[in-house]
Structure formats: C-alpha cells, structure tokens
Design a protein around this ligand. Structure first.
Ligand code: ZN
Length: 377
C-alpha cells in the first residue's frame, strides 16, 4: 500500500508507529477539551464574498483545461474531528476572507451528548466506549450543528473521521477491523448525521458525506474500502505517498494521498500531518519552540515543489487542536491566509477537486500523473 522505499524504512515505521500510539493518548486527552461550555454564539453563515460565484454556480476554474494550460495548484485543507467551535469560528472567517473552501472531517460521536454515549458501539468495543470524548452537553451539540450548517452554507465539505478514534493500542483498533466492522462504524456515523438532520436541524445528511480520513491514518484498506464503497463513498484521504502525488483511483475510491515530505528544519521526511510533525519536531513535548515556523516552511516547500512540478493537489491535514500551544493551527491558518490568494492556486474541497478531475481529458491528466511526485528540497 505504501508506494515508496523511503516509506518502508524500518526506522521510519518505528517513528511513525510511536507517533501514532502517542497521538491516541494525546487525542484522548485533548479532544475532550474541544467543546466550549455554554458557548451559544454559533455564528450565522458567512455572507458570500464579492468575488465568489453565486450559490450553486461553479467557480470560473471548474472547466476543462485549455490546450497547454497547467492545472490550478489545488490545496486541500482538511481538519479531523471538526468539533471545536473556536476552530470553526476562526477557519470560517479566514476562509471567507481568502476565498478558500476546505473540508471538515467530523467525528460522528461529536453529534451525541455525553449522556447519549451508549448509542455508539465501536466494532469489538463496549457500548459507549471511545478513544475521544463525546459531544458534551446538548447546548454544545447545538453549537456544533450551527457551525456545521455555517460551513455547508459557505460551500465547505463535511466528510468523516469516523466515530470512536480507535488507533493502535485501543484494540481492536481500526487496523484490525474487517469489512463488517467498518460497515458498522460507517452505518453508525450515517445514523448520527441523519438523526441530527432530522432532530437537530443539521443541514447535512449521510448521503452528502462521500469519504474521509481514518483515525491515525490507520486501516486495513482491503477490508475498509469495500465498506466505504458500499456506503457510496468516493474518496479517502488517509494513505501516505512519497512526495506530493496526484490522487489515484483505488478500487473505485479516489485516494487523496497524505504526502510524506522533507521537513527542512529536521532534514528528514515526515508525513505532513499535525501529530506526526509534532512528534518528530519536538517529541510531542508541549514546548511550542519553532514548531509553527518549521511546519509553515514545510507547507511552503511542498506547495512550491508541486506548483513548479507536477501540480498535484496538496493535502494539508490537521486536527482542530491546540497541540503545542496551538502551533499547528497557527501554521495551517498562516498558510491558508497566504496561499489561497496566490495566482493559479485554488483552495478547494475533495468534492470540488474530484469534479474538476472528471472534467479533464484523461490523457492530459495522465501526463501530469506521469511526472515524479513533488518533493521538498
Ligand atoms: Zn484523528
């Protein structure tokens, strides 16, 4: 499943595995901090910006490339969990300002109050068990529904980060789930979304959710993909690629790769995802140090390499989190603020990039796919 020799290096795997196990521990502790007690300021949907097309109309770039024209440099900001009101507020405002669309990958149990936790049973787990917190109070869930509605109204995409966030160590973890296990997990996610649609006014139903990212990027894809396909999912954005690589159709699902790139501050390659970077930059200590700057430099390097090279869509994967004093949120916000208004650059959702790819002459895209994956130098 991992396309490069670099990714297979045992030392790398050990580091990644340690980082992921650590991430479970951190998420258990930190995701609980997401809901803001008593915060009723859900926020109205942001107004349509002056240069954005009217609702329901395609943007100007949603068309086949002209002869000789390069693909736009797509940047796909995507945030796992997507439960924190504070982060929703900040990213919705920022995205409106820079005309960006992004993707929130929702943990389904954030739509359940803490009292409703027994409604969820993870594959092989007891009812009410999860590695992350549930949705908090009814008021907190209501605020979250308003945030999600504001996101949908602004053209952002809601995908899934599944439910219980069972990574290696929280067994049976997602890597051990069979197809029926995945089907159960996805079915429950869909039910939580549809229940919120029916009873809480969520402007999203399960049929609008077309893919997501697995917890800790883990999973046995041969088992997971059939369940994703059966649910009507069309994309996944969990698997690592060596460098920035064009999405690949795997068993009927578009894989939007998580790039494994050189981090200039470390002189080594890391999967460009917040917790992996945190672990490698500072062994996950809470010392913010230069993490935000080092992460921003990595994003810039990956963008430049893709822009000047194969023009592969660049996935910027983060959680809604305040790890390391918020260093990774600052890096993602800083990068969104500067990159989305650059020439020939479009910050878009998975659904938008998938639609754009479907409009292209396959032979034209194949020429770009044949170019080497973009590498940070
Ligand atoms: Zn996660």
């Amino acid at each position: 499943m991992f396309p490069s020799r670099a990714v297979r290096r045992p030392g790398t795997w050990l580091a990644v595995a340690v980082a992921l196990v650590l991430a479970v521990v951190l998420i258990v502790h930190l995701d609980r901090g997401h809901p803001e007690p008593g915060s009723a300021a859900g926020g109205a949907p942001p107004s349509t910006s002056a240069t954005a097309p009217p609702a329901g109309q395609d943007p100007a770039w949603m068309r086949p490339l002209r002869p000789g024209e390069k693909p736009p440099q797509f940047v796909l900001f995507s945030f796992d969990g997507a439960g924190s009101h504070d982060h929703w507020s900040r990213y919705l405002a920022l995205a409106e300002r820079v005309h960006a669309h992004f993707s929130g990958l929702l943990s389904g149990i954030y739509l359940l109050t803490d009292e409703q936790r027994s409604r969820y049973t993870g594959p092989g787990h007891k009812p009410g068990a999860a590695s992350i917190g549930f949705g908090g109070s009814a008021a907190e869930v209501a605020t979250r529904v308003r945030d999600l509605n504001a996101a949908v109204a602004a053209g952002h995409q809601i995908g899934t980060h599944y439910n219980g966030h069972f990574c290696t160590g929280a067994e049976p973890s997602v890597g051990r789930w069979t197809t029926p296990g995945w089907a159960g997990e996805i079915g429950q996610f869909s039910r939580f979304v549809d229940d919120a649609h029916e009873h809480l006014g969520l402007h999203l139903s399960a049929k609008d959710v077309t893919g997501g990212r697995t917890p800790c990027l883990e999973g046995n894809w041969a088992q997971a993909f059939p369940a994703m396909r059966a649910a009507g999912y069309t994309f996944d954005t969990s698997q690592p690629s060596d460098g920035v690589k064009w999405p690949t159709r795997l068993d009927g699902i578009w894989e939007f790769w998580m790039p494994y790139v050189q981090v200039p501050a470390l002189h080594k390659k890391v999967i460009m995802m917040d917790y992996n970077l945190w672990y490698q930059l500072g062994h996950a200590k809470n010392d913010t140090g230069q993490y935000a700057q080092a992460t921003l430099e990595t994003y810039r390097g990956a963008y430049r390499a893709a822009f000047d090279g194969n023009r592969a869509p660049l996935v910027i994967g983060n959680h809604f989190n305040d790890w390391a004093g918020g260093a990774f949120s600052r890096a993602a916000e800083g990068f969104m603020g500067e990159v989305c208004t650059k020439p020939e650059t479009v910050c878009a959702t998975y659904a938008e990039v998938t639609k754009w790819m479907s409009l292209q002459d396959p032979a034209v895209l194949d020429r770009y796919r044949a170019m080497p994956p973009a590498q940070v130098r």
